[in-house]
Design a protein. Structure first.
Length: 262
């Protein structure tokens, strides 16, 4: 299968912003093993700003745009250095692609992106994709900005014709209520349609270092489902769940792509 895996800041980093070394090493090991099994893997990785915060010894996620951009520029170097070193240990080559909204909204630039991605996969490389936060003014509704990596990962899945998109988050899936506040909240194992009622379940909050919440994940699900791609929300604290997800077992919440529209 062609699988896009999105990993959030809460999975990659401690609350301090510093890298969660054990978690990242386990993630790389599982992704490398899935690649060895014959799957094509694309990693959409958050974490640049969060890691930059830690690297620059800032007290928390910056509120002003120039400091966010500076943190992203510093953090992206550390993030890719880490991935390159770890994947190389399993004989896999990584490639970095940094995007803005213009790269996917304009037909020629989108075609250029798709061509690069497809050729990288043909060459057996593992593309690592992120938004170019050093130049894209994120999360402010600017037309050059995608804003968060849940949506970005769905766009990537759409561009490459992925079979499966997996969002690794700090929660097990979509619930009937916020499980951190309501002990009676129940996990929804499967979704075949994004309804207004379902959207009403989504909160706006993410972690202190990240930007995504359940609302952005439902937006990603709409994009993925519309192009016939299944999407799964699962807990990133256990990267080994990717084995079962790739084999079609129902873990977390699986959103079923609309194959009849293909």
């Amino acid at each position: 299968m062609k699988i896009v895996v999105k990993v959030g800041t809460s999975t990659l980093a401690h609350a301090t912003g510093r890298l969660n070394i054990r978690r990242v090493e386990e993630l790389v090991k599982v992704l490398s093993d899935l690649k060895n099994a014959g799957h094509q893997l694309i990693l959409v990785s958050s974490g640049a700003i969060g890691m930059g915060v830690g690297k620059l010894n800032l007290p928390g996620r910056p509120a002003d745009m120039p400091t966010k951009q500076a943190a992203a520029a510093v953090g992206q170097c550390e993030l890719m250095y880490t991935y390159d070193k770890l994947f190389e240990g399993y004989n896999h080559t990584v490639a970095q692609l940094l995007l803005t909204a213009e790269d996917v909204n304009y037909p020629q630039r989108r075609q250029n992106f798709e061509n690069a991605m497809n050729r990288l996969l043909e060459l057996n490389a593992l593309p690592v994709v992120n938004e170019n936060d050093a130049v894209a003014t994120d999360e402010v509704g600017v037309s050059t900005t995608i804003g968060e990596n849940d949506t970005l990962s769905a766009i990537v899945a759409q561009c490459v014709g992925a079979d499966l998109l997996v969002l690794l988050s700090d929660i097990d899936g979509l619930y009937t209520a916020d499980p951190r506040r309501d002990p009676g909240a129940a996990l929804i194992p499967e979704v075949r349609e994004i309804t207004p009622e379902l959207k009403a379940l989504a909160g706006a909050a993410g972690s202190s270092l990240g930007t995504g919440g359940m609302a952005t994940k439902l937006k990603a699900a709409e994009i993925a489902m519309a192009c016939g791609c299944d999407m799964v929300i699962a807990n990133g604290q256990r990267p080994e769940l990717l084995y079962d997800i790739a084999e079609g077992r129902h873990l977390g919440t699986r959103f079923i792509g609309r194959r009849d529209e293909q």
